[in-house]
Design a protein around this ligand. Structure first.
Ligand code: PLP
Length: 393
């Protein structure tokens, strides 16, 4: 298929929910992709933080293909060995007790919210169902996770949303003000990704954890973007020195296959009973085979050490680039604020020049595959330098 035909078919048959860059990617290897015209791109996005092992990692592809050829789906009415292996590896890496598998980040957060409400209803009865989230957060696109998302722009066209959400600033004073007798949980990201790559202050997070423990409010951490090695620890909360009650993960967990996971510690390990929650595809063997390969590599200390090293290198190189005002983030989740030029226009110019980058609010956002090579990073940085220079005032 020629590019023009692809673009026409996309426009004709796919709902116009996305703005796309003019490239159809058909092949990839680690952090390098090629389009229909054979043009090469260095990838600083990993498909919005998904392809943690890069494009089509051979071991990952072999594990997925082998499972597809063995048995691809069996419903949650039966036991699945590969699903158990993935669950065990994930719980051990997280220091959590149990997991529920779904298919996306939004679903993982829906599960977290249901757990919080049921925990509270079981223990305190009705009327304690409100969840406090943060302003500028992002938790998904379903009607309930939109309600959890503290950004009015996402709400406007879809009212009424699910009731029972209140929004606070990332300050204890503001959280205390939003919490009342009806509150059952607080849900936060440790680095607001879609909100512009804003890391939370360590003191705030630790104070929040102590406050939640004292009030028996569940602390729900959305690690959909920050999880699975992205920030240099397996989960970001491991760097913040806290233990959440519930953790959601998705994006990178399947290495490119759709999976979401909601993990719980001891407080919530018994909340769900048969019939309380479910998902047709949840824990699918093919997807779990991909996740197991991801977990067996990313959860290793040496792999995480490498992420921290590469993240530090990328950060220091970004700071040296022309037209970069500041860099923020952790590990390989970084945002660079340009001194001049709109992030969207700079990103489009990057794609044109052979570099895939993301944006979030006022920053260019970088989520490269965790396996990106030094040569690929340098090649991408050279393209970025050229493009940024062109936008300098
Ligand atoms: C991407 C993202 C989501 C939503 O994940 P989907 O898989 O698109 O539903 C939720 N929370 C955070 C922090 C995210 O980055």
């Amino acid at each position: 298929m020629q590019f023009a035909e692809i673009q026409e078919g996309d426009s004709r048959y796919i709902m116009h929910a996305y703005g796309r860059f003019p490239a159809a990617l058909v092949k990839g290897k680690n952090a390098t992709a090629w389009d229909t015209k054979g043009k090469k791109y260095i990838d600083f996005t990993s498909g919005i933080g998904v392809n943690c092992l890069g494009y089509s990692d051979p071991q990952w592809a072999a594990a997925v293909a082998a499972q597809a050829a063995q048995i691809q789906h069996l419903s949650n009415l039966y036991y699945s060995p590969v699903t158990v292996k993935a669950a065990k590896a994930l719980c051990e890496a997280a220091g959590m007790q149990r997991v529920f598998f779904g298919n996306s980040g939004a679903e993982a957060n829906e599960c977290a919210i249901k757990i919080a409400r049921k925990y509270s209803a079981d223990k305190y009865g009705e009327g304690r169902s409100q969840v406090v989230t943060l302003q500028n957060s992002f938790h998904g696109r379903t009607v309930t996770t939109l309600a959890a998302t503290g950004q009015r722009v996402f709400h406007e066209k879809f009212l009424p949303l699910t009731e029972g959400f209140a929004y606070a600033e990332p300050k204890m004073e503001s959280v205390r003000g939003a919490v009342n007798a009806h509150t059952c949980a607080v849900l936060i990201e440790l680095i607001q990704g879609e909100g512009g790559v804003h890391p939370m202050e360590k003191q705030f997070v630790q104070d929040l954890a102590a406050f939640c423990a004292q009030k028996d409010l569940l602390l729900l951490i959305d690690e959909v973007q920050t999880g699975i090695g992205r920030t240099g620890s397996f989960f970001c909360y491991q760097q913040y020195g806290i233990t959440p009650d519930v953790v959601s993960a998705a994006k990178a967990l399947g290495g490119g296959l759709p999976i979401g996971a909601c993990l719980v510690g001891s407080k919530c390990a018994q909340v769900f009973a048969p019939g309380d929650h479910g998902s047709t595809f949840g824990g699918n063997p093919v997807v779990c085979a991909g996740a197991l390969e991801v977990l067996s590599r990313v959860a290793q200390p040496a792999f995480l050490e490498d992420v921290r090293k590469k993240g530090a290198y990328l950060r220091s190189e970004l700071e040296k680039l022309p037209n970069v005002e500041s860099v923020r983030g952790l590990g390989m989740m970084l945002g660079a604020k340009p001194a001049a030029g709109e992030p969207g226009k700079i990103a489009a110019a990057c794609v044109d020049a052979g570099l895939l980058v993301l944006t979030a609010k006022d920053v260019l956002r970088f989520l490269p595959p965790l396996t990106i090579s030094k040569a690929e990073m340098d090649e991408g940085l050279a393209i970025l330098r050229q493009v940024l220079q062109g936008f300098a005032g």
